[in-house]
Ligand binder design. Structure first.
Ligand code: CA
Ligand code: CA
Ligand code: CA
Ligand code: CA
Length: 336
């Protein structure tokens, strides 16, 4: 009985939204930016679509545990009613910077009869960063082509083309409201999910990275999981490159980016390539092991008796810190 009600409910809103989304697609096709040169909504949008594009529904409970949006599929997803509003970059991960996708959301209390009265579609459209870039490029190319047909137009005027006019690139919101129903089409698989521990990784990404979806900093190194994914350090390893400095010491300002001027590289054990590890590391072979490094007390600052892990030659005399270390050893030094 329960399952019958559930299927009826799913079917109900599927049929309802399918109609609307077909309308969206048709409308979309007439904007003239159908990305016809690429795989993205290309075959959905071209009139007389040559290929059958499958449909898939991702339910609110699936979004709560995490799911993967398949590529080249018409996907409808419903956001849980009792979760807080969620940022696009979290709900769909930060992969939109490289992956082209576009979508459309209907508000929670969407009423079909109201929608039919107005010519404008209810709800709003969202585009990934990569999709916006691609549309911008396409716009510029077309504009360039169109203008170059005009005689006497200077190269400067052509180069002056920067921004597509308002209304060409529709990207209308960054935060998804609870209970809304959305459509999405992506060129590559995308992780989707809620983020109960508020660490910037949705629950599917937490599964993919084997992190704890209820612990913001799974490995306890001081950087939250989402930050480590941006930084490309491991969210399950405190010292990703094994140089003795934990990841949050290397990303000193915790902005999730490696800044070469002031920080050491969390993905390289020898940032300045002077032959000495950033922190302290065991080196050598089974017969002869030495512990060496630059930031010997592993605190992220250059103290008395230490060399700078960001400088090949800390004293700037043309001799590398690594060479100085060997000189010190050869001279019988004990604290090199
Ligand atoms: Ca999370
Ligand atoms: Ca961490
Ligand atoms: Ca390092
Ligand atoms: Ca150095």
């Amino acid at each position: 009985m329960l399952s019958r009600t559930f299927s009826a409910h799913i079917l109900g809103w599927t049929t309802l939204t399918l109609g609307v989304f077909c309308a969206v697609i048709v409308t979309y096709a007439f904007t003239g930016y159908d990305a016809g040169d690429t795989t993205l909504p290309g075959y959905v949008l071209r009139s007389g679509a040559p290929k059958q594009v499958p449909w898939r529904i991702i339910t609110a409970p699936e979004i709560m545990t995490g799911a993967t949006i398949p590529a080249d599929t018409n996907v409808i997803f419903e956001l849980p009613k009792d979760s807080p509003p969620i940022l696009r970059k979290t709900l769909l991960s930060i992969m939109g910077e490289e992956i082209r996708y576009w979508g459309y959301c209907l508000p929670e209390n969407y009423d079909k009869t109201d929608a039919m009265k107005v010519s404008k579609l209810p709800g709003k459209m969202f585009l990934s960063e990569a999709e916006r870039k691609a549309r911008q490029l396409k716009y510029e190319q077309e504009e360039r082509k169109r203008l170059s047909l005009r005689p006497g137009l200077s190269e400067d005027a052509l180069n002056g083309l920067k921004k597509a006019p308002q209304g060409t690139i529709y990207h209308q919101f960054e935060t998804f409201d609870p209970g809304s129903t959305c459509y999405i089409m992506t060129e590559k698989p995308l992780p989707i999910g809620t983020d109960p521990d508020d660490d910037g990784l949705n629950n599917q990404q937490e599964k993919d990275h084997r992190t704890d979806s209820y612990a913001p900093d799974t490995d306890g190194d001081g950087l939250i999981d989402g930050c480590e994914v941006q930084l490309r350090s491991s969210p399950v390893k405190r010292d990703t490159d094994g140089d003795g400095l934990i990841d949050s010491i290397e990303d000193a300002n915790s902005d999730c980016h490696y800044f070469a001027e002031t920080e050491t590289d969390p993905l390289a054990w020898d940032t300045d390539r002077d032959g000495l590890p950033d922190g302290l590391m065991k080196m050598g072979n089974a017969r002869n092991t030495v512990i060496k490094g630059e930031d010997k007390n592993l605190n992220g600052t250059v103290d008395e008796g230490e060399s700078d892990p960001r400088m090949w030659s800390t004293s700037m005399d043309g001799i590398s810190d690594g060479q100085k270390y060997y000189q010190c050893i050869l001279e019988g030094g004990t604290d090199c």
